[in-house]
Design a protein around this ligand. Structure first.
Ligand code: SF4
Ligand code: SF4
Length: 215
């Protein structure tokens, strides 16, 4: 039987990811301020949206944050994550797009703010992403921001996600460097990342924690 161990996220890589997150935040703030946009006073909370995340490095970093919580708080987060998953599975079984509050959201606020993932940081304002084949994918922003843009009769403002995604991909590559073979693709919600536990290696390959292969 091969021994397993957590996929090691070095302190240098964690620091680089934290710095990248800060740059994303600054870019987001610049666009939001240009548009006069903020989440303040919004009756919605996008933390109940069904987002999947795609990197081992963000999954590992999220777990660095989770490991800093005291035992009772972590247990409560894990309990909410299991409830959230069941809720999502029921909605999926009914053919609905799941909507369930993120287990890290407490009284409307993110309880692990410095460890929240890239999508959490970029969602809201309009953006664009240049794909490797040159096509450009556009993101319209949330409904509130779109309303604002309509009022301002302008659609030119937006956040270019491309350099951030490239740098995140480079950090992911560095984390997985030396594993030799292609690794299973991550496609998990935050609740799934919590319920599965941190990603770990078996026989040198990263797999999900605990409950079966990655979808
Ligand atoms: S991103 Fe938009 S819809 Fe979501 S909470 Fe903020 S303002 Fe509201
Ligand atoms: S990690 Fe934080 S910001 Fe992201 S969805 Fe969960 S509560 Fe919201």
């Amino acid at each position: 039987m091969q021994r397993s161990r957590a996929l090691a996220l070095s302190s240098e890589l964690a620091a680089q990811l934290a710095a990248l997150y800060q740059e994303m935040e600054a870019a987001y703030d610049a666009v939001a301020s240009q548009l006069g946009f903020s989440c303040q006073g919004c009756p919605d909370n996008c933390c109940d949206s069904h987002f999947q995340h795609h990197t081992y490095i963000e999954w590992s970093y999220l777990w660095q944050g989770l490991r800093s919580l005291d035992a009772d708080t972590l247990e409560a987060v894990e309990r909410r994550a299991r409830t959230c998953l069941l809720d999502c599975e029921r909605q999926l079984a009914r053919g609905q797009r799941p909507q369930a509050m993120c287990p890290l959201n407490v009284e409307g606020l993110c309880s692990l703010y410095s460890h929240r993932l890239m999508i959490c940081r970029l969602h809201g304002v309009p953006g664009r992403l240049t794909l490797p084949d040159g096509r450009v994918e556009e993101f319209g922003g949330c409904h509130r921001c779109r309303d604002l843009l309509e009022l301002a009769a302008s659609s030119s403002a937006g956040l270019d996600r491309t350099p951030f995604l490239h740098r995140l991909a480079a950090l992911e590559k560095e984390l997985l460097l030396g594993l030799g073979r292609p690794v299973p693709r991550v496609r998990l919600t935050i609740a799934q990342m919590i319920v599965r536990g941190e990603p770990y290696l078996v026989a040198g390959q990263p797999i999900c924690g605990g409950i079966g292969p990655l979808a």
